[in-house]
Design a protein around this ligand. Structure first.
Ligand code: MLC
Ligand code: AMP
Length: 498
């Protein structure tokens, strides 16, 4: 189904949409910065507004330092820090060098960090958590680890801005049924085409100012919020944490036009007596997890904003969005974005996708890459339905995935860790609906004695990021299994959590 033309403003012809103009993501940004060097681009609370010229200069300095540390085109650089203009400059530096960014969640614990380091073998890691130095070196002593100020020796000038559309730009870690996360390799062209599609669909222009309180290590904050801002030549105000009053103060102070968030953020904003201040925005976007129709309606009643819900993934960047003009339908994610094609296959119907935004495969996982695609279509693992007006709804998941506050948790990874706890014989982890977080992680265990949630949390605490730890635990006699021995998780939920 290619109904993406529904996103085009009336003056656009489908044939005139050029999603890969500019070739590489970072060359597109550099061209913007050179055109208007004094224009403010990124704001953070420590440095105030940072201009295009400053981003050009700072990214070049960092690129020279990285070059001196041995980073060459194609090498990986791990980035993990709270949002700041410095992090943006480092991100741009890696891309301008033709190297590959590994954006990494700062909540990761030692084993999670060790996994991504041994898997993708970065040459340099730019991280703000001091304990990560030891964790990274335990996994690979050759990695050069530095802080976000990139306190490395200056090197000679290096070749910049040679990356092409197909040059790998980013490895985003995402799990799956196999337990440990695997790296989705996205090219400059994948990421550029995705934000160009959003530019058209959301009427994103250089006049926009985005309040960006999402972390810069996942597709939502990084691949949509930051990349979109830099590609369009707009402005973004970075907030290192999501704090309701700070978001609302920033909307006013910076005359913001856009806010992007996960449903948990909208739920929290709505609890504030100042929630109606959202009315001044041109566009509020929600994604990463389902936005309950009830929350959509409440936001409208209180703020007059019809939040625009869209659908994306690490492997594909953005796929489908409700329209900017026309009905934004609660409970639906809308129409494919410009350039994106989707189809529903099988029973129950899986959403499959094709387009310039779709990644080429997982890092060094040839076997999994065979299963990930069918006839050139990427299998999202999400189940969908399209109504008679062409709106897509996500009606379930074929993959085992829990989405808690917009962060993804793969049960297998949590089960593997809990099962190593000595009193536990068997464990199954499920996602249970929750008003605040969408879903929360709940563990069912077969154990030789009573084991409480706190005890399990403290066992997994050193090994799993906070959002993967179970909120509740139930001890059961045995895990229900089908004839093939597979654990029937729906039965666990029905019996204990309803
Ligand atoms: C924090 N906690 C969470 C959690 N975030 N628990 C479960 N799920 C989460 N997502 C824990 C804390 O450790 C703490 O535990 C308790 O909850 C309360 O913490 P808090 O201070 O209130 O949380 P806060 O730091 O404010 O974080 C909430 C949040 C954050 C909503 C701001 O979760 C967040 O930034 N979410 C966005 C994730 C995101 O960017 N997703 C995009 C993925 S890209 P304790 O035990 O200490 O009390 C993608 C593709 C696409 O999916 O389509 O976009
Ligand atoms: P990630 O692997 O972190 O990129 O998360 C991608 C997954 O998030 C998708 O496969 C969907 O299951 C889910 N997702 C993203 N946006 C939405 C949305 N608007 N509604 C429901 N699920 C979503």
């Amino acid at each position: 189904m290619s109904s993406w033309y529904r996103h085009l403003p009336s003056e656009f012809e489908p044939a005139g949409v050029e999603l890969l103009a500019g070739g590489s993501l970072s060359s597109t940004w550099v061209a913007r910065w050179r055109e208007q060097p004094q224009e403010a681009v990124i704001h953070d609370s420590e440095q105030g507004w940072v201009s295009g010229q400053e981003l050009l200069d700072r990214s070049e300095v960092i690129a020279r330092k990285l070059g001196r540390a041995g980073v060459e085109p194609g090498d990986r650089v791990l980035l993990s820090a709270a949002s700041s203009a410095g992090l943006v400059a480092a991100h741009a530096a890696v891309l301008r060098l033709g190297a590959v960014v590994m954006p990494t969640n700062g909540a990761y614990r030692a084993e999670e960090v060790a996994h991504v380091v041994t898997d993708a073998r970065p040459k340099v890691a730019i991280v703000e958590q001091p304990e990560w130095i030891e964790w990274i070196h335990a996994a690979d002593p050759n990695v050069v680890v530095t802080s976000p100020s990139v306190d490395l020796d200056m090197g000679p000038s290096v070749q910049l801005d040679q990356a092409q559309s197909e040059t790998p730009a980013l490895i985003g870690y995402t799990s799956g049924t196999t337990g440990r996360p695997k790296g989705a390799v996205l090219s400059h062209g994948n990421l550029l085409s995705s934000v160009r599609g959003l530019e058209i669909a959301w009427r994103w222009t250089a006049d926009d100012t985005l309040i960006l309180a999402l972390p810069l290590f996942h597709m939502h904050g990084l691949g949509v919020g930051l990349h979109g801002t830099l590609t369009v030549g707009a402005k973004a105000v970075l907030l290192p944490d999501f704090e309701v009053s700070q978001v609302l103060d920033s909307l006013q102070e910076f005359h913001a036009t856009m806010f992007f968030g996960v449903p948990t953020m909208y739920g929290r904003l709505l609890e504030s007596t100042r929630a109606d201040e959202l009315k001044n925005l041109r566009l509020c976007v929600s994604g990463s997890a389902p936005l309950a129709a009830e929350l959509h309606h409440k936001i409208y009643q209180i703020t007059g904003q019809r939040v625009l819900e869209r659908y994306g993934m690490t492997e594909t960047a953005m796929l489908v969005s409700n329209p900017y003009e026309g009905e934004r339908r609660p409970g639906s994610v809308g129409f494919p974005l410009p350039g994106v094609e989707i189809r529903l296959e099988g029973e129950p119907a899986e959403i499959q996708v094709k387009g310039p935004n779709v990644f080429s495969g997982y890092w060094e996982r040839p076997n999994e890459n065979v299963d990930a695609f069918v006839d050139g279509w990427f299998r999202t693992g999400d189940l969908g339905a399209i109504d008679s007006d062409g709106y897509l709804s996500i009606v379930g998941r074929a993959k085992e995935l829990i989405i808690s506050g917009g962060f993804n948790v793969y049960p297998r990874e949590v089960e593997d860790v809990i099962s190593e706890y000595e009193p536990i014989q068997e464990c199954a982890v499920v996602g249970v609906p929750d008003d605040e977080w969408g879903e929360v992680v709940v563990a069912f265990v077969v154990a030789e004695r009573e084991v409480g949630t706190d005890e399990i949390k403290s066992f997994v605490g050193e090994r799993l990021a906070h959002y993967k730890r179970p909120r509740r635990t139930h001890r059961v006699e045995a895990l229900p299994r089908n004839a093939l021995g597979k654990v029937q998780k729906h039965r666990l939920m029905e019996e204990r959590e309803t």
